[in-house]
Ligand binder design. Structure first.
Ligand SMILES: Cc1cc2nc3c(=O)[nH]c(=O)nc-3n(C[C@H](O)[C@H](O)[C@H](O)COP(=O)(O)OP(=O)(O)OC[C@H]3O[C@@H](n4cnc5c(N)ncnc54)[C@H](O)[C@@H]3O)c2cc1C
Length: 301
């Protein structure tokens, strides 16, 4: 296990801001993951699981514990027990986009609308990531995990029904210290690769038209309080589009995105988030809830 010290987390967040991890390790093997978790526990250090960093950044003061980056990336497709069906099992570190494209290429359908979600399968399962009315949980059948028990970290396979999925919510999100996602299995139907590819490309074009792909971001900062009142509309109505602190800016394209216009710090982003929370509460009486994860406060262990 190669534990590095003082590793900048800015390069591991798609927003490109933030401080250092005191300790940092890349993991592609389940036994090494277990060893890393025990290593942190032996030293009484907090730990944090990192996937693609598309929903996360670290405060500028850094994280005093161990950041564990999951880099197991294999994706396997097998025929299902019912003819015309299939099962895709992806390691937690597999990029969601590549897992979906592999399913499409191999003539399976069911995951196409998730193709544009940046980050890994582990991050998508934990946050029940979704797009175009489809959520990660919809085709999920089971999740392979390490689960913390009084005897230590144990391998387990949990069926979807046990995982309390909701809008950007799951057991993994509510109990981050209790689980690490190691892989996920999805049930798929037979599909047409050309149709699948068209859907993936159309969705990507729609995203590029509506979301600020031209600047670094971590996607939607806040959860939508309701379908009728999406966070972006509230933030826009509060006059935030284009508002800037340092290098951090509320996107002019989509007000629920904060983009790094160059040289932003985590402190800039957090100051902008605070302003949004305060002014949306004042204007509409609505407390926005963050969708993104900010270290250290959202520490797992
Ligand atoms: C341009 C852009 C567009 C986006 N569009 C969407 C969208 O349409 N829909 C949507 O839902 N999201 C969207 N996002 C947000 C992001 O893509 C998702 O939240 C994604 O699922 C995050 O995955 P990740 O691997 O990057 O997670 P990370 O950012 O690395 O981590 C996020 C959280 O997941 C936890 N985590 C990660 N891996 C594991 C694991 N193996 N076990 C346990 N916990 C784990 C981390 O500890 C952390 O708490 C967008 C982001 C960007 C930058």
């Amino acid at each position: 296990m190669d534990v590095q010290e003082h590793v900048s987390l800015a390069r591991y967040s798609t927003l490109h801001v933030g401080g250092e991890a005191r300790y940092f390790v890349r993991i592609a093997d389940l036994e090494v993951l277990r060893a890393a978790l025990n290593w942190a526990a032996d030293r009484d250090l907090p730990w944090f699981i990192l996937g693609g960093g598309a929903n996360f950044f670290c405060r500028d003061e850094g994280f005093p514990g161990l950041v564990i980056r999951i880099e197991s990336r294999s994706v396997t497709l097998t025929p299902g027990s019912v003819p015309g069906t299939g099962e895709l099992t992806a390691d937690a570190g597999a990029l969601t986009r590549l897992a979906v494209i592999e399913a499409v290429r191999r003539s399976f359908r069911g995951l196409e609308r998730l193709a544009g979600i940046p980050g890994t399968i582990g991050g998508a399962v934990r946050g029940n990531a979704g797009a175009f009315g489809v959520e990660t949980k919809d085709r999920l059948s089971k999740v392979g995990v390490l689960r913390l028990t009084p005897e230590g970290w144990h391998e387990d396979v949990l069926p979807r029904e046990q995982l309390s999925f909701g809008y950007r919510d799951s057991t993994f999100k509510r109990e981050p210290a209790g689980y690490v996602i190691w892989n996920a299995t999805f049930s798929l139907d037979a599909g047409n690769p050309e149709e699948g590819e068209r859907l993936v490309n159309d969705d990507l074009a729609a995203r590029k038209a509506k979301q600020p792909y031209e600047f670094p971001s971590v996607g939607s900062v806040f959860k939508n309080p309701s379908v009728e009142r999406p966070a972006g509309a509230l933030i826009e109505a509060a006059g935030f589009k284009g508002r800037r602190i340092g290098g951090a800016e509320v996107s002019v394209k989509h007000a629920n995105f904060i983009v790094n216009r160059g040289g932003a710090t985590a402190t800039d982003v957090l100051a902008l988030i605070k302003q949004i929370e305060r002014e949306v509460l004042e204007a509409f009486g609505i407390s926005l809830e963050k969708e993104i994860v900010v270290l250290p406060h959202d520490t797992a262990g």
